[in-house]
Design a protein around this ligand. Structure first.
Ligand SMILES: C[S@@+](CC[C@H](N)C(=O)[O-])C[C@H]1O[C@@H](n2cnc3c(N)ncnc32)[C@H](O)[C@@H]1O
Length: 907
């Protein structure tokens, strides 16, 4: 037995259903959490970290009742979904943690801290934090959240809101600035929490806006009474037809607005060599002409002659002379009304005369995106010249704010917090100030611009919206700042430090609970994407965070991903780099681990669907863990999708994350033979599988979840040696665990009633199709029954010499096991599925579940079995239904318990 430590709760039990529900709510919550502060990629769900950190710190009490209490605390910690937990529950959780560590609570360290979710939740639980990331963008985000903000919590602003004689609040201008005496500070106004900071951030944001306007106003000519919202652009190319040769417009859609009764679109007209773009707006009916873009690929029809500009032709033109750009429409507001109109010549000209931004670094797009093929291979190509100049001007104004605050008597901590927030707001604003900003017409509302990074890439955009930074709409500077400061309320101030470090060398200043969410193999190229923000942060904040910006672009080479594009397209080399990098990372992190605490590694699935690629990713990260002498002591699947959504939409949806719990492997561990390892699997895995099933782990997740206990057996040994004395690989161990799981599910089938065993065997070979009586007879006999018995049991129908399984289609919703002389697990599963999915849902199915009595456990086991057969056979519809049944198991139990409770209340 290698276990010499006290097991933590996370190594024994977790309330998965409640955590999953909260993670789903967190994912669906689009605004208002720490994610408002700044975009970063693949943020982990906050409730999951709250629950996991707590469970990793407290000991498993080895007592059912005490464990149930701790699990209840976790349930309450995540009960409010995306909202913060109640103060009382938080205080209780902090007390429990403090009692666990009478000599002082440990630090929480995340060496791949990204946007900071782990550390924000650690601080919420009253723990000091240490974070690091290779990339300066996430370092800046997490530093702001966990280091800069806590230092200024509760402080008063330098520029409090002014109160007029009548008591109403002014806009925060000082009396000397307004030239009026009627304003004065209200001595009694005290700002609590981060309100003082928000006040000053707003004040300086307005200052930046007005100063930048002085420099920029000539480039933004506006018609009197109009407030611009966006200028729409499309790329252009010269038609290859020598008889035509016009500069044609390469748009993907002519729609401007799909709002009911306010339809608007562009109609192109070609006269001679010129393409005129007429804007039709305010329509109740009608639609634009078909766009020139072909449905697939990047080819377009010329607006003049119809000749196709093929993808190859456009690539060649993009490379040799560059594609053109044409303003197609002005979107504005007049007296609260939305208008669409053709651009005026001076509006087009004003975008051409802006100063050239020579400072902008020569960063070549290395993300493997399609833009490069069309000659748009530099970072600067993502912007129109006016966007570049505007962002530069705002960045330069933000850069002045730090000194200004110090000169006005503010502390360094205050100046850091205010100016960094403005720098982050600039990064956020850049998301809607580039050629990656999509114009989205919507049927039920005004069309609006959609910021970059809806997906984690930098795609080629043929048309885009240039938003207005003073437009009070998407892309508005002050609006962005307001949105950014909404993140503050989600942060609980505690003590934290964040550094830019490679995880291979990061060290916590104090013994720590290491909890992290590392890059997911080849899912996201963080460094490639991050330059989009890095250049603006650097321009605005270089003096404030000199450690983050030594180079013109973000560091790339040390990134721990397996991107083939970083290894000359060599997948094998990319994988090798990943495994070696993570092996040294996990080795290094052990020196920061507090003795007695496990390490938590949250690993996300890239595909959200079972598949071969996933296995490679899994094998790679597990190989690194084991090579670094870590032993896996637990694994939990976490979903972020409701069961309802799994039906029909995401057929083979696998867990969004698997949480792996690991500990350093004791030096006393030794090697074992392959035979001994398989014996151990047979001995220990069945009870582990049963425990996972009892925890309602979704059948589709079972193969991954069982890797936890399986790998725990494998990794407790220094090695498993095959007949030739060679170490077996992690991949081979994974195969053996998967085979063992199959055997366990087979054995479980042996515990079913004979008619259900027959049904499983029949279903595996015939599915829902009918087949000859003779074949059915052959399958029934080994179970010790006849086809007639099966028919009497209601599991199959026999007609005209053919047999077919019952269980799909019209089922008798009044079926009650207690009134059936031969109730079977087969019937139970299919009546449950029918009532859950096609009938009255969780309540109706819950009632039936309660009536099942001892058949309940068999039904659950059978659902797992059927799901695994369906997955193997590729019967996705059936797979989805059995998955949903297991996924709703605890809801059904809860519904049944509520019903019993309320019925008891009646008597
Ligand atoms: C999955 S993300 C972390 C997301 C984070 N948990 C959150 O909630 O935002 C992985 C992070 O690993 C970082 N990273 C990649 N290679 C690294 C390395 N060698 N050292 C440290 N961090 C690295 C990336 O910059 C990225 O921020």
């Amino acid at each position: 037995m290698s276990e010499t430590y006290k097991r933590k709760l996370v190594e024994v039990a977790l309330p998965l259903d409640e955590i999953n529900a909260a993670c789903k709510a967190d994912k669906d919550r689009k605004t208002g959490t720490i994610r408002n502060l700044h975009k970063w990629f693949a943020p982990a769900p906050l409730p999951a970290w709250r629950a996991l950190l707590f469970a990793a710190l407290v000991d498993d009490p080895e007592d059912e009742e005490k464990r149930a209490y701790l699990l209840d605390v976790i349930k309450r910690l995540v009960a409010n979904g995306a909202d913060l937990p109640d103060d009382d529950t938080l205080a209780e959780a902090r007390r429990i943690i403090q009692a666990q560590f009478p000599d002082g609570v440990p630090t929480v360290m995340d060496p791949f801290c990204g946007g900071g979710s782990t550390l924000v939740e650690a601080q919420r639980l009253g723990l000091p934090t240490f974070g690091s990331d290779l990339n300066p963008v996430p370092v800046l985000i997490t530093r702001t959240l966990t280091e800069l903000l806590p230092k200024v919590y509760g402080q008063q602003p330098l520029h409090p809101e002014m109160v007029t004689e009548t008591g109403s609040r002014g806009k925060g201008k000082k009396a000397h600035q307004t030239g009026e005496d009627i304003f004065g500070t209200d001595e009694n106004v005290t700002y609590s929490g981060y309100d003082g900071l928000i006040r000053d951030v707003t004040y300086y944001a307005e200052l930046v806006r007005e100063r930048a306007w002085e420099d920029l106003k000539d480039f933004y000519p506006c018609l009197p009474g109009e407030t611009p919202i966006s200028w729409l652009w499309a790329r252009t190319a010269i038609c290859p037809n020598p008889a035509c040769g016009i500069e044609t417009v390469l748009t993907t859609s002519w729609w401007l607005s799909k709002k009911k009764n306010e339809l608007a679109w562009i109609e192109p007209q070609v006269a001679g060599k010129a393409v005129a773009l007429e804007v039709t707006s305010g329509q109740k009916a009608g639609q634009p002409p078909a766009p020139p873009k072909a449905a697939r690929g990047a080819s377009f029809a010329c607006l003049g002659c119809g000749q196709i500009l093929t993808e190859e032709y456009l690539e060649e033109q993009g490379e040799s002379r560059g594609l053109g750009l044409r303003m197609t429409c002005v979107v504005a507001e007049v007296g609260g009304r939305r208008i669409y109109r053709a651009p005026l010549p001076n509006e087009v000209d004003s975008t051409r005369v802006v100063p050239y931004e020579a400072w902008f670094p020569e960063i070549t797009a290395s993300d493997g995106g399609t833009r490069r093929r069309f000659g748009l291979d530099h970072q600067a190509d993502l912007y129109t010249p006016r966007q570049l100049h505007t962002l530069t001007t705002l960045a330069d104004q933000v850069a002045l704010i730090h000194n200004e605050i110090i000169e006005e008597g503010g502390s360094v901590a205050w100046a850091d917090a205010v100016s960094t927030t403005l720098g982050l707001a600039l990064g956020q604003m850049a998301r809607s100030s580039s050629a990656l900003c999509l114009w989205r017409p919507r049927p039920s509302a005004h069309a609006k611009a959609e910021s970059a990074f809806g997906r984690n890439d930098l795609p080629m955009m043929w048309d885009f919206a240039e938003t207005y930074w003073r437009g009070d709409s998407v892309g508005d500077w002050c609006g962005t700042v307001r949105s950014v400061t909404r993140a503050f309320a989600y942060q609980h101030p505690w003590e934290g430090r964040v550094e830019a470090r490679d995880a291979r060398t990061a060290k916590s200043p104090r013994p720590a609970l290491v909890a992290t969410d590392p890059p997911y193999f080849d899912a996201i190229g963080y460094a490639d994407l991050s330059d989009y923000f890095y250049v603006w942060h650097r321009r605005a904040l270089r003096a404030v965070h000199p450690d983050l910006y030594p180079t013109v672009a973000s560091p790339k080479s040390a990134e721990l991903t397996a991107m083939p594009s970083h290894h000359d397209g060599d997948r094998h080399a990319a994988r090798q780099y990943f495994i070696e990098g993570f092996t040294s990372t996990f080795r290094n992190l052990q020196s920061s681990m507090s003795p007695g605490l496990p390490m938590l590694v949250v690993y996300a699935s890239k595909e959200q669907r079972a598949g071969a690629g996933e296995e490679t990713r899994w094998e790679s990260i597990l190989s690194a863990m084991l090579a670094a002498d870590l032993e896996i002591t637990g694994a939990w699947p976490i979903h972020m999708t409701s069961v309802a959504k799994m039906i029909g939409v995401n057929k083979n949806m696998v867990a969004a994350y698997i949480v792996m719990v690991c500990r350093p492997r004791p030096s006393s561990s030794s090697t074992v033979s392959l035979m001994e390892f398989t014996r151990e699997l047979r001995r220990e895995l069945p009870s582990a599988v049963l425990a996972l099933q009892e925890a309602s782990v979704l059948p589709v997740d079972l193969p991954q979840a069982v890797l936890g206990p399986g790998m725990s057996i494998f990794s407790r040994h220094r090695g498993v040696l095959d007949q030739s004395g060679d170490h077996i690989s992690v991949g081979r161990a994974m195969q053996l665990i998967s085979t063992a799981l199959g055997e366990i599910l087979d054995e479980q089938q042996g515990e079913l009633d004979p008619a259900s065993r027959f049904a499983v065997a029949w279903w595996e070979s015939h599915g829902w199709e009918s087949g000859p009586f003779g074949t059915a007879d052959q399958l029934a006999r080994p179970q010790g029954i006849s086809v007639n018995d099966v028919v009497i049991a209601g599991v199959a129908e026999s007609r005209g010499g053919n047999v077919r399984l019952a269980g799909r289609g019209d089922l008798d919703r009044s079926w009650q096991p207690s009134k059936d002389a031969h109730p079977t697990a087969w019937e139970a599963v299919h009546h449950l599925v029918d009532r859950l999915i096609d009938g009255g849902g969780v309540l109706e199915a819950g009632e039936l579940l309660e009536d099942l009595g001892p058949l309940k456990d068999q039904a659950q086991m059978l659902a797992y079995r059927l799901e695994s057969i369906a997955a193997r056979k590729g019967w996705s519809k059936d797979q989805e239904r059995y998955n949903a049944l297991i996924g709703s198991w605890s809801d059904m139990l809860a519904a049944a318990a509520r019903r019993t409770g309320s019925l008891e209340g009646l008597f």
